[in-house]
Design a protein around this ligand. Sequence first.
Ligand SMILES: [Zn+2]
Length: 73
Amino acid sequence: MVRRFRGNMNGEQYLGNTSTTEVHDLDNEDTAGNGCQIDEIIAAGNDKPFTSLTQAHSAGYDNCAKCLGDSQR
Ligand SMILES: [Zn+2]
């Protein structure tokens, strides 16, 4: 669980997946094989940085069930 400085990320705590419109908390990342798959999201170019969860929610993103919980979908 580390913040990223690759792709579109520059150390922000939250990463949105533009493909699934789910947001992940990099300080609480699930690194299991079936977890958040942050590196795969960045490799696919689907990473969108957010500095706050409120900002992500305002943009229409839903919580990842693994690192944030309380998914609304
Ligand atoms: Zn996640």
